[in-house]
Design a protein around this ligand. Structure first.
Ligand SMILES: Nc1ncnc2c1ncn2[C@@H]1O[C@H](COP(=O)(O)OP(=O)(O)OP(=O)(O)O)[C@@H](O)[C@H]1O
Ligand SMILES: O=C(O)C1=C[C@@H](O)[C@@H](O)[C@H](O)C1
Ligand SMILES: [Mg+2]
Length: 312
């Protein structure tokens, strides 16, 4: 039996990753994450504009940053951007958590798909699409060989492709780990995936509030929006809203942090009020917990002088 957390779709531009990702997630009742949409949400710009603004190198770094977080999700279908063939080392790390499906299509099909939206893909040479796509397909070839499963989407119906994936999962006996329980906080995974992918990222010059596209939100009636660890808005299936993926842990941490802060503030004001003297002193209070001096506020000084007057 093979145990994974999620399904990740990789492949060249226009191969159909986003299209199948959305459909597969819907079919399985899982969360759908498209790293392109995550980045668009984070920057508040379309992919082509992000490229223009930060450059390719920074874009790939940002994408890797998203990838190392989302690969830890449970029961999610993750579609990755198609701008570069994923490197062997990176794929090895991603494979630990994800069942990797390589999505591919014949050159003529990809050409017709990418031509539907000219300008959407920033590194595409729209003046020479055939040659570009040909070279791109060549560079992806060795990567497809390393995938758990490869789906050719040149001809056929989306429904049938979904069925092929389901059949393959059964044949290969792939099981998906359920989401963690709230108190099951295995932060080791987060650290190790992050470190490994960081390392890979620094070795190559390649590849979060996830703003939902309207279609994502409205296509799936079972989805709502929540935040992940990177403050990324993600589509969450209502049926699974009890999930506690890494995004929930992030929220818990934030909440914890806030509470301790609030508690700290409470202690601080208490110690200051105890130290208050009718004379008002030099205008400074010492916090006995932190031993730091704090200048009294104008209001505090005013009250002190009022108190001292009424005492006399
Ligand atoms: N099997 C299919 N049947 C019909 N249309 C499809 C199919 N697969 C993809 N498409 C269409 O082709 C276009 C490109 O597909 P999609 O955006 O899913 O590719 P992608 O692999 O996510 O590309 P990128 O890497 O650029 O994000 C879209 O308009 C999509 O609707
Ligand atoms: O041209 C590019 O580099 C890109 C095109 C799209 O496939 C996106 O999926 C990708 O993230 C960037
Ligand atoms: Mg896509």
């Amino acid at each position: 039996m093979i145990i994974k957390r999620n399904i990740m779709l990789i492949g060249s531009m226009g191969s159909g990753k986003s299209h199948f990702g959305r459909n597969l997630a819907e079919r399985k009742g899982w969360q759908f994450v498209d790293t392109d949409r995550v980045l668009e949400g984070r920057f508040g710009l379309p992919i082509a504009e992000i490229f223009k603004k930060i450059g390719e190198k920074a874009f790939r770094r940002a994408e890797m940053d998203v990838l190392k977080k989302v690969c830890l999700y449970h029961e999610a279908v993750i579609s990755v951007g198609g701008n570069f063939p994923i490197e062997h080392r990176t794929l090895k790390v991603l494979k630990k958590y994800s069942y990797i499906i390589g999505i591919r299509a014949a050159q003529f099909r990809i050409v017709s798909r990418v031509n539907r939206r000219i300008g959407k893909r920033p590194t595409m040479d729209y003046n020479n699409v055939h040659a570009f796509v040909h070279a791109m397909i060549q560079s992806w070839k060795p990567v497809y060989k390393q995938c758990d499963f490869v789906l050719d989407t040149t001809n056929g119906r989306t429904y049938d492709f979904m069925q092929r994936i389901e059949d393959e999962l059964v044949t290969s006996d792939v099981q998906f780990k359920a989401r963690r329980q709230p108190n099951d906080t295995d932060t080791r995974d987060v650290k190790s995936s992050s470190q490994e992918l960081q390392l890979n990222n620094s070795l190559r010059n390649t590849k979060d509030n996830h703003r939902l596209s309207k279609s994502e939100r409205f296509n799936n009636p079972n989805t709502t929006i929540s935040n992940d660890t990177v403050g990324t808005k993600i589509v969450v299936n209502k049926e699974h809203s009890n999930r506690v993926g890494s995004h929930k842990l992030g929220n818990d941490k934030r909440r914890k942090h806030k509470t301790s802060n609030q508690a700290g503030k409470g202690r601080k004001s208490e110690s200051i009020s105890k130290q208050r003297t009718p004379q008002g002193g030099s205008g400074y209070e010492k916090n006995r917990n932190t031993n730091k001096r704090r200048r009294r506020t104008w209001n505090e000084l005013r009250h002190q002088s009022a108190n001292s007057k009424s005492n006399t």
